[in-house]
Design a protein around this ligand. Structure first.
Ligand code: COA
Length: 260
């Protein structure tokens, strides 16, 4: 994440954990991340700290470790965001995590790396994060029509990004938006229901604009800011929609000036 931090600490590494890191960012969100290996020892270590759901007993080791690592990050991010006490973050409809009252957040995992971000619901209206490894040239070529229009592909070229780098960022940014909006929208929406505008590749920002209405709070034309940054071959994206003191249908009103 672009780390505009007010508070940050590296957590002492445990046996099979490569690194662990927590931060409270200036936008009011907390972030917790963990690098780990896929092993029985790692699974045991995570099971000491996070409730293990019965439905995961038949899952492959990789899924079990990813799930628990994501939940451990979520617990730590919750505490950093000010939540007190113990809580089990259940899995709700369509896989979305169920956060304690007055908090919201998002989880992602990718090849031995998990991250969670949490915020207080009074301050932030929606929050989604995602991590992806850069697509190969072949994968980018295979998926580009499902992910992006010609105009979106041109945006990446104007930002001097390779097609595979831009498609990875775009894919991840759209997944972040999906995770952010799903709790309010309550249904699947597609990559082509949303289009990218105003890419600033140097600043690591762009906007996603709805091409179709998703709900009364999310009409067609609504725009959402996406931030991204690279760490080696992984891209991190986040979509943070600030909360408003007077919630109403206009809070996601489209911007016409391209600011974010
Ligand atoms: C759900 C989805 C976004 C997850 O992304 P992913 O890259 O496959 O996997 P990640 O590791 O990044 O994220 C997985 C986590 O997302 C969270 N998640 C899953 N479904 C979710 C939902 N409907 N809403 C919010 N968060 C969700 C969960 O915490 C999950 O981890 P867990 O199962 O261990 O709790 C993706 O699989 C998907 O279905 N995408 C299609 C919909 C979409 O993105 N449309 C684009 C609209 S612009």
């Amino acid at each position: 994440m672009t780390c505009h931090m007010t508070e940050c600490r590296t957590v002492a590494p445990e046996r099979t954990v490569h690194h662990a890191h927590e931060a409270l960012l200036e936008d009011g969100t907390s972030v917790s991340q963990l690098g780990y290996e896929y092993s029985g020892a790692m699974l045991d270590q995570l099971r000491e700290q996070v409730p293990f759901p019965a439905r995961l007993k038949t899952a492959v080791l990789r899924r079990q470790v990813d799930f628990l690592a994501g939940r451990l990050c979520a617990q730590r991010a919750l505490r950093t965001a000010g939540f007190e006490g113990d809580v089990e973050i259940a899995t709700g409809e369509h896989g979305a995590p169920v956060w304690p009252a007055n908090f919201l957040g998002s989880i992602s995992h990718c090849d031995g790396f998990a991250i969670a971000s949490v915020a207080c619901a009074q301050r932030i209206a929606a929050l989604g994060i995602d991590v992806e490894r850069q697509m190969s040239v072949e994968v980018a070529s295979d998926v580009r029509r499902q992910l992006a229009t010609d105009q979106e592909l041109a945006l990446g070229r104007h930002g001097s990004m390779s097609p595979e780098a831009w498609l990875t960022v775009l894919f991840s940014g759209k997944e972040s938006l999906y995770k952010a909006l799903y709790p309010g929208v309550g249904r699947y929406f597609d990559f082509l229901d949303v289009t990218a505008v105003h890419l600033d590749a140097d600043a690591g920002t762009f906007m996603l604009e709805l091409l179709t209405a998703l709900s009364p709070d999310h009409p067609q034309g609504s725009t959402y800011p996406i931030r991204f940054h690279w760490n080696a071959d992984r891209v991190f994206t986040r979509c943070v929609v600030p909360g408003y003191a007077r919630p109403n249908a206009q809070r996601f009103k489209p911007r016409t000036d391209g600011s974010h």
